[in-house]
Design a protein around this ligand. Sequence first.
Ligand code: SAM
Length: 179
Amino acid sequence: MAVRLFEDKEHANLYWKYRISPSEELIEKVLQFHRSNKNSANDLAVDVGCGSGQGTLLLAPHFTRVVGTDISPAQLEMGRKHVNVSNISYRESPAEELPFEDGSVDLVTTMSAFHWFDSSRFLQEAHRVLKPHGCLAILNYTMNMELSYGDCSETLNHICKEVGIITVAFLTFQCLSAV
Ligand SMILES: C[S@@+](CC[C@H](N)C(=O)[O-])C[C@H]1O[C@@H](n2cnc3c(N)ncnc32)[C@H](O)[C@@H]1O
């Protein structure tokens, strides 16, 4: 199971110590894309598979509320301890069952974690929780993987291949369903 690696407290401690944060430039690109939709809002961002919160932290200045979710209690414990900012909270949950209402989230990010998830169940969940003009940003070191989501699969894979060179893929479900 993917999560085993991160279950151990010692591993989570080392992860916190040595994990390099995603760059601010990368997050800025995500935010630019998010803002480019004139109906976008900045109420709630959710960082799925947030680990010890290094990437989650970068979202905090831009949203009223940021929630980091992860399946590993040990990782979340590190986040709560070290990335303790007033508008960030943490929830233990699998990426495939997000603890949010339908249509309630403005931005879903997942940073270096997507490859651990059941990708089609996660994409379904992200679609469910996002507001109609919400944005999903998948940030990974490699997008060398096949994505499958209803009749958007071809477009999704095209976007990933095209944007993969800068190791980031942005997907808005609104755009995708309009394609
Ligand atoms: C490589 S770490 C990335 C952590 C963080 N996003 C970062 O950029 O530092 C992957 C994280 O995904 C979490 N994870 C793995 N499978 C998961 C799942 N099915 N649902 C939620 N989190 C999961 C792990 O516990 C781990 O914290």
